[in-house]
Design a binder for this molecule. Structure first.
Ligand code: G3H
Ligand code: ZN
Length: 283
């Protein structure tokens, strides 16, 4: 069933688990995510970025995801991931998204607040929740020295101001997480997360969760992360499985046969994440 992310994340916050937010680009990835959620009886967010909208067509991909969400036996929200501007937000609302992220985190503080407020006003008018980000996710390369690394992280007091000034529903934090696979083992800053959690009431979101070891994810969930984004590990399962299958079956040209093990491999990734996030059985 199609729901908004607000009900999912508030329940996660109340019961100390995290809802998985998995990126899709096409029919096959969407199937894998929904089948995993159904197999694990878990609520889930299927998220679409502006790049995915451009790739698959702004009409087609949301239509596929919306249909899958409506037919699913578990609660599913359709989320705009890293919404780059007001126009993409409006387009997503027209396409039936039930959750929006407006990412203006690259702007100086006042610009971020202004952009998010504009989106909050439009979304809240029709009951759609909004995620926003402060700090810079992605500055976790090994060569970054500590002071630079800290400068890119979310500042707890600024988080408090940001929530109050922009009025959004979920906060994406930068606590040492980065998009894509990590070079070396990432180290989430749990003290920072604790401080943010103690000062801010809205559900917290962890981006860039591919490649973060399970024990750190478990710790992050325990300390109040309610939504966790996974993209890279799904892509990796898709393409590596396809490469292996086509190497082993060079004459196979039926895409249905090639994609079948790919979907299974992606489903497996999503199911394992759902278990680690403690959202299995929460549907
Ligand atoms: O917004 C999307 C996510 O933050 C995905 O990050 O590709 O590192 O899993 P990831
Ligand atoms: Zn992200």
């Amino acid at each position: 069933m199609l729901v908004t992310s607000k009900e999912l994340l508030l329940d996660a916050q109340k019961n100390s688990y995290a809802v998985g937010a998995f990126n899709t680009n096409n029919l096959e990835i969407t199937h894998a995510i929904i089948q995993a959620a159904e197999a694990k009886q878990a609520p889930v967010l299927v998220q679409i970025s502006a790049g995915a909208l451009k790739y698959a067509g702004p009409d087609f991909l949301p239509m596929i995801v919306a249909k899958a969400a409506k037919l699913a036996s578990v609660p599913v929200a359709i989320h705009l991931d890293h919404g780059p501007d007001f126009e993409t937000v409006m387009l997503s609302l027209r396409q039936g998204f039930t959750s929006i992220m407006r990412d203006a985190s690259k702007l100086p503080y006042d610009g971020n607040v202004a952009e998010v407020r504009k989106v909050v006003e439009a979304c809240h008018a029709i009951g759609i929740p909004v995620e926003a980000e402060i700090g810079k996710i992605g500055g976790a390369e090994e060569h970054v020295v500590v002071s630079e690394r800290e400068a890119t992280m979310s500042d707890p007091d600024e988080c408090v101001r940001f929530v109050a000034d922009a009025g959004f529903d979920f906060l994406a934090v930068a606590i040492g997480n980065a998009h894509g696979f990590y070079k070396g083992e990432p180290k989430l800053d749990f003290e920072r997360l604790d401080e943010i959690r103690s000062k801010v009431d809205v559900p917290l979101v962890l981006h860039g969760a591919s490649g973060i070891p399970d024990h750190q994810i478990t710790e992050a969930v325990k300390r109040g992360i309610c939504k966790i984004n996974i993209d890279t590990e799904i892509r990796n399962a898709f393409i590596r499985t396809m490469q292996k299958f086509t190497e082993e079956n060079p004459d196979q040209i039926d895409p249905r046969k090639v994609f079948k093990p790919c979907i299974a491999a992606m489903q497996d990734v999503v199911e394992r994440k759902i278990e680690i996030f403690r959202s299995a059985g929460r549907a």
